[in-house]
Ligand binder design. Structure first.
Ligand SMILES: Cc1cc2nc3c(=O)[nH]c(=O)nc-3n(C[C@H](O)[C@H](O)[C@H](O)COP(=O)(O)O)c2cc1C
Length: 201
């Protein structure tokens, strides 16, 4: 039976486990939409993932969601990603770039409509509407999907709140709760400061 901690050949790279950090925009870029040392540290902290998909890099300047969205639409911005990928590789991780686009939601004139189709109670029967992150990702759900033939399992906000997510899953430690209160405070708070599991005597 395949487990979350089995290696996986993904074309070129051989991934050390089946855990993928899902693409997650973190809007923490600096001046000129360049990546920052904090972004390199954030990705490096999470390299026990078999594969990391990066923070969102916006390929077209007028489709950025916020000024803090990183490029890469200039050579300087492309080059600024190098310390991020180097930090992952230095920790034996594998990284794919997420090159994203605000799509129909974001126009040069700004947001066209609310980018938040998520709600919990107003229209519970609509297939487009669901409660945001109703439950924490867990090992049981991952094993279920692996049994059904999935090759890789993506984790999203659990990875933000738990930099050492793979070790927590491997050893059965509880996961720190994830959510905007944890990770949407801007700057390094909730970006670099989510702690490792604290053992008590
Ligand atoms: C903080 C945060 C940022 C996200 N940013 C992106 C993104 O930039 N690009 C993307 O494709 N998905 C993004 N997602 C979506 C996740 O990659 C993932 O597909 C989604 O959270 C899965 O939701 P579900 O488990 O409820 O199906 C983001 C999710 C979170 C929680």
């Amino acid at each position: 039976m395949t487990t979350l901690f089995d290696r996986h050949h993904l074309g070129g790279p051989e991934l050390p486990d089946r855990v993928v950090m899902a693409p997650m925009t973190r809007v923490r870029a600096g001046v000129g939409s360049l990546t920052t040392p904090s972004m390199a540290a954030y990705h490096a902290q999470r390299t026990t993932a078999g594969l990391i998909v990066t923070d969102g890099g916006v390929a077209q300047p007028d489709r950025a969601v916020q000024a803090e969205h990183p490029g890469p639409h200039t050579d300087e911005q492309v080059a600024s990603w190098r310390p991020v990928t180097d930090a992952v590789h230095a920790n034996d991780g594998h990284v794919f770039a997420q090159i994203m686009h605000g799509g129909e939601v974001f126009t040069p004139a700004g947001p066209r409509r609310s980018p938040t189709p998520w709600t919990s109670s107003k229209c519970p029967t609509s297939p487009l509407v669901r409660e945001r992150h109703p439950k924490q990702a867990d090992r049981t759900a991952a094993d279920h999907w692996l049994d059904l033939g999935a090759d890789l399992i993506g984790f999203d906000s659990a990875f933000v709140a738990n930099p050492g997510l793979v070790e927590r899953l491997r050893t059965g430690l509880p996961l720190a709760p994830a959510g905007p209160a944890t990770y949407d405070q801007g700057g390094d708070t909730g970006h670099l400061t989510c702690p490792a599991y604290q053992y008590t005597a």
